[in-house]
Design a protein around this ligand. Structure first.
Ligand code: HEM
Length: 491
């Protein structure tokens, strides 16, 4: 009897793994286990695992993490679907329970209700543009922070330093200014408080219990069993939102309805007040939406940019030839004057370094999920409407079919025979389609101005004969573990 039961369970597990995708009308994929799906296979870097599965099961395949997701990890298929049929892939597969637990519902700019993303994204882009997003004055602010940072490093000359703090200070202030209309001084305790709480928040968010929350909501009752990861996350999110609320209160206190808005929060608060004065319904323009959107803007725009720059400095320290080539190009074409966005065309090698830095490290191992609004064809399979879809561009970045020796840092691969920079459509760190990064222009500006100014003024070298191995931690983003570097002033 027991033997029959065991054999029955084994037959069920095997049958489930091999038949479930066919029964659900989904493309094939690695056989999932009941309840756990394929989650146990995700111990290795996810971009690599997805690439391996894509080669084995095809350009569109199904993974259960723990619910079913159709993953597209092939460049051409991504272009034919998510890029060319953007409207069908604009919605997100929303983690409702995760959003409810943390911020009280599907609000913000990343995981807001699907009926409101177009309005909220358009409003955010317009208001950011009105307050100087990508303008010359914002560029001037970025240049000023870059100059302050190199001046600080020059004072540290010779001492091994961790570049993170200064880079964070520059990036944080750009986004803080755009969102809340004020900047923080480097010594401001709020700056360090925010940095610490966000770091903890990211770590807590990727706890496996969160992945199961939307598929098995009853997991909340098992929270004590796992050491209260959900309760801790709720507490940390509240800490983050409290900081944001205080900042927004300050913005609201200084709001002058007769003046032009100076930041995203002012535009949003003015919209609320205008609607109130006209006696119109507030619709999605609520304080809750603003709180979560401001938190999202801050978290999406900060960690990503800082992490990319830390990767860049680690690669330049480990590849002194690439660093010297950047410096030679800057010395020849720019000299010691301040570098602007218009100089991009004069600096093809620097552009190649930045593109390589956005390809190789893959700061996001996997992308956020979308949801198809209608039935769509992906790689020859008809995918039912409202299926979770993952546009897995990070795996394309490390696909040997596209990039020879993909793990090798080689900026030269982005130059043509004439030495000109070639923008590669297969490298899409800001994703593709209608939900691609809202801050792409700003991030590109920061990466170019900060990184070129850094190497124009300073050389980055290892503190030991052999540069330290690039070790990373995994969380929301993949980022280098803390490392020290010797900074030498060039003039
Ligand atoms: C190197 C820096 C950055 C990288 C690599 C990056 C990457 C990404 C990626 C991969 C997505 C998800 C797209 C998708 O779902 O397919 C995203 C979304 C987003 N990013 Fe960025 N990002 C960066 C900087 C920024 C900055 C500076 C801002 C702030 C202005 C920002 C704001 C956002 C927002 C609001 C979204 C959600 C867009 C939506 O769902 O409609 N990001 N970003």
């Amino acid at each position: 009897m027991i033997l029959e039961l065991i054999l029955g369970v084994i037959a069920f597990v095997i049958g489930y793994g091999y038949l479930i995708n066919r029964i659900r009308g989904l493309p094939p994929g690695p056989p999932p286990l009941p309840i756990l799906g394929n989650t146990l296979s995700l111990g290795e870097p996810i971009d690599q695992v997805m690439l391996r599965w894509s080669k084995k099961y095809g350009p569109g395949f199904t993974v259960w993490i723990p619910g079913p997701v159709v993953v597209i990890a092939d460049h051409q298929t991504l272009q034919d679907t998510v890029a060319k049929q953007g409207d069908l892939f604009g919605d997100r597969a929303l983690p409702y329970n995760q959003m409810k637990l943390t911020v009280g519902g599907a609000y913000g700019l990343l995981f807001e209700e699907n009926h409101m993303w177009k309005e909220q994204r358009r409003f955010a882009l317009h208001s950011l543009k009105d307050v100087g997003f990508l303008s010359t004055s914002l560029q001037e602010s970025v240049k000023t922070y870059a100059q302050q940072i190199v001046a600080d490093w020059k004072r540290e000359e010779g001492n091994p330093i961790d570049v993170t703090e200064n880079v964070m200070y520059g990036v944080a202030n750009v986004i803080w200014q755009l969102t809340f209309g004020r900047t923080l001084s480097f010594k401001d305790p709020l700056f360090h408080k925010v940095e610490k709480v966000i770091d903890r928040w990211f770590k807590e968010w990727v706890h496996p219990c969160m992945a199961f929350l939307d598929v098995f909501p009853a997991i909340v009752y098992l929270d004590p069993l796992f050491g209260y990861p959900l309760k801790n996350l709720r507490g940390t999110t509240k800490e983050c939102l409290d900081i944001i609320e205080k900042e927004l209160d300050l913005t609201e206190k200084n709001l002058d309805m007769d003046e032009e808005p100076r930041c995203y929060a002012e535009s949003f608060l003015m919209e609320i007040k205008k609607r109130e004065m006209r006696g119109e319904p507030l619709g999605n323009f609520t304080r809750q939406q603003l709180n979560v959107a401001a938190l999202g803007m801050w978290t999406a725009g900060f960690e990503t940019t800082v992490t990319t720059m830390r990767f860049a400095i680690h690669h330049l320290m480990s590849n002194p030839d690439a660093q010297k080539k950047m410096q030679a190009e800057i010395d020849e074409k720019i000299g010691q004057r301040q570098i602007s966005m218009e100089d991009q065309k004069l600096l093809p090698y620097c552009m190649a370094v930045i593109q390589e830095v956005q390809r190789l490290p893959n700061i996001g191992e996997f992308n956020f999920f979308r949801e198809n609004t209608e039935e769509v064809a992906i790689a020859g399979y008809k995918i039912p409407a409202r299926t979770a879809i993952m546009p897995q561009f990070p795996s394309v970045h490390i696909d040997p079919a596209h990039f020879e020796r993909p793990v090798y840092f080689c900026p030269e691969r982005h130059l043509n025979e004439a030495g000109e920079f070639v923008k590669d459509p297969r490298i899409t760190p800001f994703s593709i389609g209608k939900r691609a990064c809202l801050g792409e222009g700003l991030a590109r500006m920061e990466l170019f101005i900060f990184l070129t100014t850094f190497v124009q003024h300073c050389s980055f070298s290892s503190t030991s004969l052999i540069p330290p191995e690039l070790k990373c931690k995994r969380g929301f983003t993949r980022s280098p573990l803390p490392f020290k570097v010797k900074v030498t002033a060039r003039f």
